[in-house]
Design a protein around this ligand. Structure first.
Ligand code: NAI
Length: 324
C-alpha cells in the first residue's frame, strides 16, 4: 500500500468543507489506492462544530483515512502537508466594500502563507478557494520563500464546469463531450469563458454569437448569485467538487487533446502582467501545468480580457502594502 499523504482543508467546519471532506476521505480526489491523513483547520469558535465533523468521518469508517488532525493552530494544521485546499475566508458582509474584503482576507492569507512556508512539505500543492481567490493566492504566495511559486494556484474550475454544462445543454450533448474551452482571468463577474476552439464529440462546434454574449457569458458569470437566490445559501457541493477536480487534474493530468482552467502565476502569456494570479487554459502532465499558447484572441475576447486584467491589477494595487 502507498504511504499516506496529508491533505489540509481550511474552513473545514463550513459548508464547502462539509461536502468536500467526505469525498476526499473516500478517495475520490487522489484515487482509491491513496491513503490520506486529513488536516482539518478552522477558527477557534468553530472547533465544536469541527469536532462533530470529525465524529462523522470516524463513523464512516473510511478505509483510506489513516489519521485526522483537527485544529485551530495552523502550525499543527499545515505540518508536513502535501495538498492544501484553502476554503476558509472572511465572507463579504452586508454593505462591505470590496476593498475591505480584500484587506480582511489579505491578513488571513498573509498569515496562512507564513505557516505554510514554515511547516508544509516542500512539494505542497495549494488551491485557494476562499474569495477573492485570485488575489488571496497572490498574497499567500508572496509569503513563500522556499517552495516553488507555481505550487500556488486559485480555483476557476467551478466556472469552467459551469460553462461546460451550459454549452452541453445548448448543443444537446453530455458535458464530457465538450472540450477545448477555458476560463481566462479573475474568479469574479469579469471572468472570460473562452469557447472559440470548442469541440463537441471531437468536432469543432460553434454557437451563435448573440447567445454567447446575451445568455451564455452572463449565465456562467452569475451562476453563483442564481444559486444563492434559489438555495438561500451559496453553492457548496459544486464548489467542493470543483476544488477536488482541480487537484485531481493537477495530479493525474489533462486528457490528450483537451485543456482545463487553473488560476496560476502569470508568465506574461496573452499580455497578462507577470505575477498576477490569472486563470489560463492549461494542460497538465506529470504534475506540472503549462499554459496553452497561441489560441486566437478575437477583438471581442480581447475587450473582455482587458477588463478582467484591469480588475486584477486594481485588486493587486488595493493590497500593495501586503506584497512588500
Ligand atoms: P462558510 O462560511 O460555510 O465556511 C467558511 C469556514 O471558514 C467557516 O467555518 C469559518 O469559520 C472558516 N474560516 C474563516 N476564516 C478562516 C481562517 N482564517 N482559517 C481557517 N478557517 C477559517 O463558507 P463556504 O460556503 O464554505 O465558502 C467558503 C469560501 O469559498 C468563501 O470565501 C466563498 O466565497 C468561497 N467560494 C469560492 C468559490 C470559487 O469558485 N472560487 C465558489 C464558492 C465559494
Amino acid at each position: 500500500q502507498k504511504p499516506p499523504v496529508r491533505v489540509a482543508i481550511t474552513g473545514a467546519a463550513g459548508q464547502i468543507g462539509y461536502s468536500l471532506i467526505f469525498r476526499v476521505a473516500s478517495g475520490e480526489m487522489l484515487g482509491p489506492d491513496q491513503p490520506v491523513i486529513l488536516h482539518l483547520i478552522d477558527l477557534p469558535f468553530a472547533m465544536a462544530a469541527l469536532n462533530g465533523v470529525v465524529m462523522e468521518i470516524q463513523d464512516c469508517a473510511f478505509p483510506l483515512v489513516q489519521g485526522i488532525v483537527a485544529t485551530d493552530n495552523q502550525a499543527v494544521g499545515f505540518k508536513d502537508v502535501n495538498y492544501a485546499l484553502l476554503v476558509g475566508a472572511k465572507p463579504r458582509g452586508p454593505g462591505m466594500e470590496r476593498g475591505d474584503l480584500l484587506k480582511d482576507n489579505g491578513k488571513i492569507f498573509t498569515e496562512t502563507g507564513k505557516y505554510i512556508n514554515d511547516n508544509a512539505s516542500r512539494d505542497i500543492k495549494v488551491v485557494v478557494v476562499g474569495n477573492p481567490c485570485n488575489t488571496n493566492c497572490l498574497i499567500l504566495a508572496n509569503q513563500i520563500k522556499d517552495i516553488p511559486k507555481e505550487n500556488f494556484t486559485a480555483m476557476t474550475r467551478l466556472d469552467h464546469n459551469r460553462a461546460q454544462h451550459q454549452l452541453a445543454d445548448k448543443l444537446g450533448v453530455h458535458s464530457t463531450d465538450i472540450r477545448k474551452i477555458a476560463i481566462f482571468g479573475n474568479h469574479s463577474p469579469t471572468m472570460v469563458p473562452y469557447i472559440d476552439q470548442m469541440t463537441a464529440k471531437n468536432h469543432k462546434a460553434t454557437v451563435d454569437q448573440q447567445w454567447v454574449t446575451q445568455t451564455f457569458i452572463p449565465t456562467v458569470q452569475q451562476r453563483g448569485a442564481e444559486i444563492i437566490k434559489a438555495r438561500k445559501l451559496s453553492s457548496a457541493a459544486s464548489a467542493g467538487n470543483a476544488a477536488m477536480n482541480h487537484i485531481t487534474t493537477w495530479v493525474n493530468g489533462t486528457a490528450e487533446g483537451d485543456y482545463t482552467s487553473m488560476a496560476i502565476p502569470s508568465d506574461g502569456s496573452y499580455g497578462v502582467p507577470k505575477g498576477l494570479i490569472f486563470s489560463f487554459p492549461v494542460t497538465v502532465k506529470n504534475g506540472k501545468y503549462s499554459i496553452v499558447q497561441g489560441l486566437p484572441i478575437s477583438p471581442f475576447y480581447q475587450g473582455l480580457l482587458d477588463k478582467t486584467i484591469k480588475e486584477l491589477v486594481d485588486e493587486r494595487s488595493a493590497v500593495d502594502h501586503l506584497l512588500k
